[in-house]
Design a binder for this molecule. Structure first.
Ligand SMILES: [Fe+2]
Length: 242
């Protein structure tokens, strides 16, 4: 089934006039890299809602593909995780599972309990590619911070060909350079990201839903104030959109 989204639902997008044109979720994500849908069927769990939008990816083997994201203090989190490194501070811009050979294509974030004070900023990776140049990013070799399956797989910051064509992977924590070009590209990426004004989307109300093209957009998380620790966001990875 294809959900139709009106232009009035496309909050915070760069100002454009869509008139009375209606677009499917897939068309909007293809065009803009992500979509925000306000208060979509708040009483239904992500596992039920996700197939409306696309095919659920079981990236965690037999474990539940829907993960509950809750703010965790640094001392209470596993050390090799974002919460273990940043706690309730701001999470930097990243691609989810950037250190995997095949990062999941889309991620769906759904608000169970949210706050307007905690936006989920996004940056369009295509703007970064334009600013830095695809050639440097294509040739920039990086590796995961820790071995995956006992070895370090060499990866590119941008995939120039093949089935992952155009994939931009970014994670300043989990990816490390393995060449001078890799080092240069990472420093250029950091500088460009720091210069850019992100688009803030806020999962504030139950059912608020974001679908993000994880191969194109970088996302972050704003800091979580001490009093808002009961925030709950559900995350589900999708392989393709309907
Ligand atoms: Fe993430």
């Amino acid at each position: 089934m294809s959900i139709l989204v009106s232009a009035s639902n496309l909050r915070d997008l760069p100002k454009q006039s869509f008139g009375r044109i209606w677009l499917s979720v897939r068309e909007v994500v293809d065009r803009d890299g992500c979509i925000f849908i306000e208060g979509y069927e708040p009483e239904r769990p992500s596992a039920e809602v996700a197939p409306t939008f696309g095919k659920i990816l079981s990236v965690w083997g037999d474990n539940d593909p829907v993960q509950e994201l809750v703010p965790i203090n640094q001392n209470d989190a596993a050390p090799n995780t974002y919460s273990g490194i940043f706690g309730r501070d701001r999470f930097p811009f990243h691609t989810d599972l950037a250190h995997w050979r095949d990062p999941p294509r889309y991620l769906m974030l759904r608000c169970v309990k949210g706050y307007s004070d905690i936006p989920t900023p996004v940056i369009d990776g295509r703007d970064l590619v334009k600013a830095i140049g695809p050639d440097l990013l294509n040739r920039a070799l990086v590796k995961p911070r820790r071995p995956c399956d006992g070895r370090f797989r060499i990866l590119r910051l941008r995939e120039p060909a093949g089935e992952r064509l155009g994939l931009i992977r970014w994670d300043e924590v989990y990816l490390k350079p393995v060449s001078n070009l890799g080092e240069l590209a990472i420093s250029r990426m950091k500088a460009e990201i720091a210069k850019r004004r992100a688009i803030d989307r806020t999962l504030a109300k139950p059912g608020d839903t974001m679908i993000i093209d994880n191969w194109r957009m970088l996302h972050a998380r704003a800091p979580v104030p001490a009093g808002l620790k009961d925030r709950i966001i559900e995350r589900t990875y999708l392989g393709e959109l309907n």
